[in-house]
Design a protein around this ligand. Structure first.
Ligand code: NAP
Length: 388
């Protein structure tokens, strides 16, 4: 029987890649539910192709338009975040793909965990803003399987291993489009230039995060929660080719790495078919054509966001929640052309400096820290936009 899926964020880059994997493997997967933000046209198309029984758009007005468009088809349409949560917990789905971008994905992902679903996790912000809570809720309830290529690589290298034999993990980073530039050169870069990633086709937020190296910082925090490792045992190296997706070093000094072409369909397929592997039609790697693989230390002075993420993780509590929220607001403002690229780290730094972290005792504590950080970062964006 094909495994029934619910896909949260189906209209985004990960969602579309997930549906590609489903289309290529109808014997392995079927689609029970889809959820997204407001992209009515693409959702109409996805309903026609994949025949889910339940769909939701968090934008209630867009959900009404969608409802009109698919009237007479055998699909229930819901609007608002409650509707997205209904898809996340629906009876018909075994595995929930968490691929909404940003902290918006937290509540539906938590709901899926509470409903005992296997969660294939792309949305790293969920673990950054509420890792302690998510891991606590998942314990004994649900399996969390990473989709992020670096964490999938580590997950694959750890198969059959004992976590107590791990000395450290090494996350690889492409370095993004501004690798090698000086701060002076980066001062005037545009959103379009930031969106031009050398190796990966991704949504706009994660692409800008790659350009600031915040993406790798978020991934350090994600690795901390997924693999229960302290920050000093999680390292980052720049690897421009994006062929080695990450590595694990064991206590005997052996390093295991996972290599594959940079194509998100591979870690998505692994997360969905785990613990088995699916045959994929994509060509493998030609090591001889690649010739050489390079590794270098990240430049944390020019790209301070990586260090801010380590700092937030070490300080703990709601500090990573604030890091994440400030980053989301600053990246959105940069994409809208309101602030400059170098304002992104500056505004995040300012939010961290003003925050007194609290223990993550409940979802309410997380949501309050998230709301506070968004508010003060929006204020700082307005000041920066006025030339302050
Ligand atoms: N793209 C990659 O290769 C990649 C790799 C590793 C990890 N990730 C992680 O995966 C997540 C998704 O990234 P992406 O690149 O796929 O992003 P994306 O292309 O921007 O897609 C985001 C998805 O989230 C939906 N969404 C946004 N706000 C929503 C809300 N309030 N309620 C419900 N749905 C909402 C969007 O729906 P509408 O478009 O309909 O509004 C869209 O389906 C991110 O956390 C990212 O860090 C991505």
């Amino acid at each position: 029987m094909p495994r029934p899926l619910a896909i949260l964020g189906s209209t985004g880059s990960i969602g579309i890649n997930t549906l590609d994997v489903v289309t290529a493997h109808p014997e392995a997967f079927s689609v029970s539910g889809l959820a997204a933000g407001g992209n009515v046209e693409l959702m109409v198309d996805q309903i026609a192709r994949h025949r889910p029984s339940l769909v939701a758009l968090s934008d209630a007005e867009a959900a009404e338009r969608l409802s009109e468009r698919v009237r007479g088809q055998n699909v229930a349409v819901r609007g608002g975040m409650d509707g997205v949560c209904e898809v996340a917990t629906m009876d018909g789905a075994e595995t929930v793909v968490s691929a909404i971008v940003g902290a918006q994905g937290l509540v539906p992902t938590l709901e899926a965990i509470r409903a005992g679903k296997t969660v294939a996790l792309a949305n790293k912000e969920v673990l950054v803003c509420a890792g302690e809570l998510v891991v606590r809720e998942a314990r004994g309830q649900a399996a969390l399987v990473p989709i992020d290529s670096e964490h999938s690589a580590i997950f694959q290298c750890l198969a059959g291993e004992d976590l107590s034999d791990v000395r450290r993990v090494i996350l690889t980073a492409s370095g993004g489009p501004f690798h090698g530039l000086s701060p002076q050169q980066m001062a005037a870069v545009t959103a379009q230039e930031a969106l031009d990633h050398p190796n990966w086709e991704m949504g706009p937020k994660v692409t800008v995060d790659s350009a600031t190296l915040m993406n790798k910082g978020l991934e350090v925090i994600e690795a901390h929660w997924l693999f229960d490792l302290p920050p000093e045992r999680i390292e980052v190296v720049i690897h421009r080719q994006s062929i080695v997706h990450s590595l694990v070093e064991f206590v005997d000094g052996s390093l295991l790495a996972q290599l594959a072409p940079p194509d998100m369909r591979l870690p998505i397929a692994y997360a969905l078919s785990y613990p088995r592997r699916l045959p994929m039609s994509q060509p493998g790697l030609s090591l001889v054509e690649i010739g050489q693989l390079s590794f270098e230390r990240p430049d944390e002075e020019t790209f301070p966001c990586l260090g801010y993420a380590y700092e937030a993780l070490r300080r703990g509590g709601t500090m990573p929640t604030v890091l994440n929220a400030a980053n989301e607001v600053a990246v959105q403002a940069f994409l809208e052309g309101t602030i400059a690229f170098l304002d992104i780290p500056r505004l995040i730094r300012a939010s961290l400096d003003r925050h007194e972290p609290r223990p993550v005792a409940s979802l309410d504590v997380v949501l309050e820290a998230d709301r506070w950080a968004r508010e003060i970062t929006h204020e700082a964006v307005a000041v920066a936009a006025d030339g302050g």
